[in-house]
Design a protein. Sequence first.
Length: 415
Amino acid sequence: MISVDFRTRSTGESTVVDLATFRDRRLPELLDRHGHQAGRAAERLGLRPLTLRTGDEQLTLAPAGDRITVLRTAPEILVVDLDPQTFSDLVHDVVSTFGAQMTGRAEIVRGTVAAFVEWEPVLRCLIDGRPVYEPGSIDFRDRTGGPLDPAGSFTLDDDPAEIGHFLAETGYLHLRHVFSTPEMARVAAELDAAVAEATRDDGASWWARTEPGGWYPARVLGFNHKSPTLRDLLRDSRFRSLAAVTDDPWLQGDPDLDDCAEGLLKKPGVVEGASDVSWHKDCTMGGHSYRCAGLVVGISVTGAGPETGELGVVPGSHRANIATMGIEGLDLPRLPLPTGTGDLTVHCSCTLHMSRPPVRGERRVVYTDLHLAGNDRQTPDRAEARRRRAELNDRVIARHGTDGHDRARLASHDL
């Protein structure tokens, strides 16, 4: 069986847990079961004690050699305030440490955001029993057990079993010559028209700023509703053949009804806004246990290379419980994915990836996805979903602004 289904929880199965109940009743068993494994990882990562506070209750976790201990007195090193629902969501992997602070649900009272986010894999190890990645523990094997080159690519004429095995091993695919140049030209024209129609307050677009060009719509949400050509391609057998490369039950959004695709216009010289994103997993905000691995599909409307905003991936990272942002200290390879017009990139939602800022010329790309059946996604109606997506973009700009983009630009040079 070829599978990338890593789910361990079912949507709706979790019940709200308050901090005191978790600390006094559930945590002792988790410490007995996973405390040594989590403690060794925390020590290796150099983590400092973490104090979580909800109202008058608090919980301090600290590495102590080869185990995690609970401290009665909280050192003023890393202190995070959460509301009761956010604490429960953090325990149940509904939200991550990064997701909680990015959406304003966690307040870092002492310490740094980075220090809080670094606890993420250790918390998942302690609560869920997912071993934290150890250097050298992941390699790449072909179907016969021999070495596998993670820099491979395919066409749709190749054996689906070979394609699926590569995806399961590396967490990504590069599929060449899937759509034609004329088809991509029509999609590009429809994306340009959608960009021209977008407004800052439409709730259906993300914006970025260039100098001296000013603000522009870098991402059009629900682009499938504005592109008849794209809707036809998403129903085409070439696209739907992706669901056959693993044995997992894949579902696709309805191109006529759902907001199932986003059109991106990447321009050189972006200085503010969410245009180019540094190394991250698509489950960075939380929910890995319920949704991973979904498949994120990039349709290269225009080709992409080192100077036009290509994608980069960390092969094997979908199999590793690691920090969901950044690549510091990670021994897995980093690969650029240059594409031609009409190529597809596919990556698992928990594969580390990034987009390199273009330096010469614009790039157009469409992103859509396939999700696993069985755990129905709790998706709000279209208007509410767009509102939340637009709000997230506003938070990125408000919290990070130019600095956030500069981090992405610096990270891009690690490819």
